[in-house]
Ligand binder design. Sequence first.
Ligand SMILES: Cc1cc2nc3c(=O)[nH]c(=O)nc-3n(C[C@H](O)[C@H](O)[C@H](O)COP(=O)(O)O)c2cc1C
Length: 216
Amino acid sequence: MSTTSATSTLIEQLNWRYATKKMNGQKVSAETIDQILETIRLTATSYGLQPFTVLVIENPELKAKIQAAAYGQTQTVDCSHLLVFCGWNTVTAQHIDNYIQDIATQRNAPLEALEGFKGYIAGNVLPLDDNTKKIWIDKQIYIALGTALIAAAAAQVDATPMEGFVPAQVDEILGLAAQGLHSTVMLPLGYRDAAGDYLTGAKKVRRASDKFFKFL
Ligand SMILES: Cc1cc2nc3c(=O)[nH]c(=O)nc-3n(C[C@H](O)[C@H](O)[C@H](O)COP(=O)(O)O)c2cc1C
């Protein structure tokens, strides 16, 4: 496929996707879920640090509890898999050490050669105050969320980016504090209930290109 036609296909897929309000409970195959997860794992992050964890929830009881913490939004229970993107609560010197060790192992590079990079990350990230660090960590998650939305659309899987939940309640339900995590954003994956969802087929509302882009 040429680049142009691959991009046209992608634009069609992005027009097909929408933030699905009602899903039909049908399961997404394990193979397709694995592929979407792999695109999340491949997402770019600042320094490559990946300061978050993605929970993949199929358990109906857990989903029901999360629905209650998400203002009753039904896609949390009617989806096939509910992804909860969880930011690390902090980044420590140990996290950076682990990452540098991964680079050394996976690229077969000597640790000494990575000392400068390690010091650079540590010098930039460790001094940040807790709130600034949290905002920085959560920004990385939104890049992964975007990747997942595109990957789901390409696989003809419906998805709903969701911030409409009470993070403290979801953290409690999933025992996140004990894992050094906090919930940031959720992504139910499944299939639309085309007859039951008032937004199926609704025209996309986007600002016109000439009001959105400025060419300098
Ligand atoms: C970060 C984020 C949080 C969102 N939270 C919710 C949510 O809690 N529930 C929901 O139904 N839609 C949610 N949306 C979906 C948006 O309303 C939707 O993406 C927007 O209206 C554009 O429509 P489209 O995605 O269907 O093209 C969220 C979207 C984003 C990007």
